[in-house]
Design a protein around this ligand. Structure first.
Ligand SMILES: [Zn+2]
Length: 374
């Protein structure tokens, strides 16, 4: 295990990301490529990260890396395939015509089938439980992973409300009420963006079943949710002290360049949707969370390093179900990675991670040598 520990948080679009999750994978590919160049051997993300947390499609990425031990290239390939299938084959006409008011726009059946297919392709059983006993974990799952969701709670005289705190479905034994769900259901729960997919029911010992949706409404940057969860509940093998948290976003607007696309005359006349968009962005802006996380990192008695990467090159204007823009997202994210200050920070991060990895290997080799000598 690398020391200091590295954690990655994936997700971070104003509506949870959708197809824009590809942007976070392109950033991860660049980071890992540079770590490999220093170390000199091919590495998987689970070799350098001790914890991967995500929400919405970022949650699916966390499962691909943490539970399935996939390489970045495999993740990118499967992500593109999933985006095409889910947002093409899974469309409900009635839902689309009413912008999701009468019915979710996409079928959960297609999403579930595709997540199960992902597991079969890796030779794994889609009915595996999310939280696995550490003893039973294969080599590729030594990294912790978790998906971030939000829970609906019933109110006596009104519509259901969303609980303020996040629910994390963790890959390793987690203190607190035991949550029983398969990995596929966890993937479904974190992808259940309101108006796109229906909520997912999850069994919980000693409590009512939880009705979960994706964390994008408040936790689109899941770093803070991860921080609180893992800080309050001890998970064997994870330490925050001296850790490095890398937050991979799905695009943001810096207010200076890559402005929103021109609205048509008709759309300019309709003010209501823009008011809704503004409200939604205000409540879900992942960059507020990034600022919050930076403050936590600065004020906390625990020593943590925080890095946030999110393409400022127009990726944020892509709709979460616009699967035709995958190539654009990839190209524009590469452009962002070439910005001198971004490139410098990625390189510095990669060099530190590589150095820690090499030291970790030397330490393990030393311990092994001492063991043999005694
Ligand atoms: Zn947990």
């Amino acid at each position: 295990m690398a020391s200091p520990q590295n954690a990655a948080s994936t997700g971070g679009g104003s509506d949870g990301g959708g197809v824009r999750g590809l942007s976070s994978l392109v950033i991860l590919r660049s980071l890992l490529g540079q770590v490999q160049a220093v170390v000199g051997v091919p590495l998987n993300p689970h070799d350098i990260f001790d914890l991967v947390v995500g929400t919405s499609t970022g949650g699916l990425i966390a499962l691909m890396i943490g539970k399935l031990g996939m390489t970045v290239d495999e993740c990118i390939e499967q992500y593109k395939r999933l985006s095409g299938v889910i947002f093409v084959d899974g469309r409900h006409l009635r839902g689309r015509m009413t912008l999701g008011l009468l019915k979710e726009r996409y079928s959960e059946g297609v999403l579930c089938r595709e997540i199960e297919e992902l597991f079969r392709r890796k030779g794994r059983n889609p009915a595996e439980t999310m939280a696995t006993s550490v003893k039973l974990l294969p080599e590729t799952e030594r990294a912790h992973s978790a998906v971030v969701c939000r829970e609906y709670i019933d109110t006596p005289n009104g519509p259901p409300r969303l609980k303020p705190e996040a629910v994390l479905l963790c890959s390793h034994p987690c203190p607190g009420p035991r949550i029983r769900c398969t990995v596929c259901r966890a993937g479904r729960a974190t992808s259940a963006a309101p108006s796109y997919f229906p909520p997912q029911m999850i069994q919980r010992d000693g409590q009512k079943d939880a009705r979960l949706i994706d964390g994008g409404l408040q936790f689109s940057n899941p770093s803070v949710a991860a921080w609180y969860h893992y800080r309050r509940r001890t998970h064997k093998g994870l330490e925050w002290e001296g850790s490095r948290l890398i937050s991979l976003g799905t695009g943001r607007y810096d207010g200076e360049s890559y402005h929103p696309p021109q609205r048509t005359r008709l759309k300019r006349l309709i003010h209501m949707p823009s008011a809704i968009t503004l409200m939604r962005d205000a409540t879900t802006d992942p960059n507020n969370t990034a600022t919050h996380m930076e403050e936590i990192a600065g004020l906390s008695s625990v020593n943590i390093e925080y890095h946030r990467f999110s393409a400022t090159t127009g990726v944020c204007w892509i709709k979460m179900d616009d699967y035709k823009s995958l190539e654009f997202i990839e190209r524009r994210t590469d452009e962002y990675l070439r910005f001198p200050d971004v490139s410098r920070e990625i390189t510095e991060c990669a060099e530190s991670i590589a150095q820690d990895y090499i030291e970790g290997l030397n330490r393990s080799a030393g311990e092994l040598g001492n063991g043999e000598a005694t």
